[in-house]
Design a protein around this ligand. Structure first.
Ligand SMILES: Cc1cc2nc3c(=O)[nH]c(=O)nc-3n(C[C@H](O)[C@H](O)[C@H](O)COP(=O)(O)OP(=O)(O)OC[C@H]3O[C@@H](n4cnc5c(N)ncnc54)[C@H](O)[C@@H]3O)c2cc1C
Length: 482
């Protein structure tokens, strides 16, 4: 039977929220707060939280709950200034955290062993601060973006030695998960200033590490428990395709379930969108694809080791300067006061291309390389085999394809607008990668989820809306002329 021309098709729900991470849950909360409860969150995994993902680590009897993904509340609050909403959720849900002392609890090493180069390290802190101030200062003058490497050079910083390069790495790559060459000067300065610099509208320069044994994701799960009903959550359901038109959306899962809705909000990571892990019908327009492929999905990898006994530094952090920049550089002890004393756990972080490299290797080879670095750091200690060893492969994981987004200097404001833009007035895009000020961060996912949830609710209340606009073609400010 053909539908009558004016008959409005009945959809299963008003809004489908695709993905149950921070952005999805906060989008749902915003809908709920505006009186829209006819929504469903569709999540591939068996739990909510997304990239807030805990696991049990350690040999039997010595196990601790640690975080494979997000671990820090980055920027908290200064006085009664703006607060990081993740900090507020951590307080509200009594999350157990510890102050992470990035700058003053540091021991330095290079490939010859323990070497004190704290002076070099402190100079790198000043260089980075200067980089972000001058980078932010380009915005009011409408100066063109460049890479952060260009920025460093323009503020007179040209690291050369292994110790200088490791110090730079700690300030830069360890945050953005990519090199200064791969990263926008303006966008990285903004992300830094709006998060860490209260003088620029940021929260604070404090960082809290979650040590909560319910997992860091407890804060977002507990928030969800306050308003989500069981019928609003569909777990263990991997979305395969999303069909969209001016009349609504239809979502099909890998096991064939089909759900229709008036609106859909996708929260898939940038990596998932880039890799066609979910397909769209019709395929995404050229301007949307250009935006998706022009932003970068970076990777940040924590490699966990547990030893029978602690033989290492007694600070929270250690920096290792290899001959090769980015080779197992940032070490963090959890076997330290306030964290998990007696646990025998230490972890090392790699990022960017180095993360992709180790994901392609067998665990045994990565373990050997890491032990080799420890032997360089401690030439006089006989390093035993670890009793537990683990690292996640975020880049290979088809639900993420990396850890968080990073903004390259070729990604311009119009691309950013197009990344967020609505399709056919029905299909909305949100998540950390869509945040202009806080891409990469949990609070970026939060603010984007909130903004999208509010916009979709307003749209429904108005009986429809155009959604967020796009730019059909992204042009150079002044064209190339032959
Ligand atoms: C290793 C690592 C360290 C980090 N450290 C920090 C930190 O210390 N502090 C900080 O602020 N941020 C950190 N981040 C970033 C932070 O975790 C993210 O910005 C944030 O969690 C993103 O939330 P989201 O809702 O946008 O995306 P996601 O959490 O990715 O949510 C999307 C959801 O979609 C689901 N999904 C994907 N594909 C499908 C499909 N086909 N069908 C159904 N569901 C699907 C996923 O399972 C996921 O639950 C880190 C991330 C990683 C990976």
């Amino acid at each position: 039977i053909l539908a009558q021309p004016n008959e409005k098709p009945q959809n299963d729900v008003q809004v489908l929220i695709l993905g149950g991470g921070v952005a999805g849950i906060i989008a749902a909360r915003s809908l709920h707060e505006k009186g829209i409860d006819n929504f469903k969150i569709v999540e591939a995994r068996d739990e909510l939280g997304g990239r807030m993902k805990a696991f049990q680590f350690g040999s039997p009897g010595k196990q601790v709950t640690l975080e494979l993904g997000a671990n820090w509340v980055q920027g908290t609050q200064t006085g009664d200034g703006p607060a990081n909403p993740i900090f507020e959720l951590a307080k509200k849900h009594n999350l157990s955290t510890q102050v992470s002392d990035y700058y003053d609890s540091m021991t330095t090493y290079d490939y010859t062993g323990a070497v004190n180069y704290i002076d070099t390290f402190n100079k790198a802190i000043d260089a980075y601060t200067n980089l972000t101030i001058v980078g932010g200062g380009r915005v009011p003058n409408a100066l063109v973006d460049t890479t952060s490497r260009t920025g460093y050079s323009l503020v007179g910083v040209k690291p050369k030695t292994a110790q200088e390069l490791a110090s730079e790495y700690y300030l830069f790559d360890w945050e953005y998960a990519q090199t200064p060459e791969q990263t926008s000067w303006i966008a990285s300065s903004w992300a830094n200033n709006f998060t860490y610099d209260p003088d620029q509208g940021g929260f604070s320069d404090g960082n809290l590490l979650s040590i909560d044994q319910r997992g860091f994701a407890h804060l977002i799960k507990a928030e969800g428990d306050e308003f989500l009903k069981p019928e609003q959550i569909l777990l263990n359901t991997t979305v395969k395709s999303v069909a969209y038109s001016a009349h609504g959306v239809s979502v099909t899962s890998v096991n064939g379930t089909k759900i229709t809705a008036d609106y859909a909000i996708t929260t898939f990571s940038l990596g998932v969108l880039q890799n066609d892990d979910v397909t769209f019908e019709p395929s995404l327009p050229e301007w949307k694809q250009e935006a998706i492929q022009s932003m970068t999905m970076a990777t940040y990898t924590k490699i966990f080791l547990q030893f029978p006994d602690n033989f290492w530094f007694d600070t929270q952090f250690a920096l290792y300067a290899d001959r090769e920049r980015g080779r197992y550089p940032v070490w963090q002890s959890l076997d330290v006061k306030g964290f998990f004393p007696g646990s025998g756990i230490v972890f090392v972080t790699v990022t960017g291309d180095y993360s992709q490299r180790i994901e392609a290797l067998p665990n045994s080879q990565v373990q050997e390389e890491v032990l080799g670095v420890l032997r360089s750091m401690y030439p006089n200690v006989t390093i035993p085999d670890p009793i537990a060893f683990h690292f996640p492969r975020w880049f290979e994981d088809p639900l993420y394809r990396g850890s968080y987004s990073n903004w390259p200097s070729s990604f311009v404001s119009d691309h950013h607008e197009n990344l967020r833009a609505t399709l056919q007035e029905r299909l909305w895009f949100t998540g950390e990668a869509m945040s202009q000020k806080y891409f990469g961060f949990l609070h970026g996912a939060y603010f984007e989820g909130q903004a999208t949830g509010n916009s979709v609710a307003d749209c429904i209340h108005k009986g429809g809306c155009a959604g967020l606009p796009h730019v059909e073609q992204v042009h150079n400010a002044s064209p190339y002329v032959l």
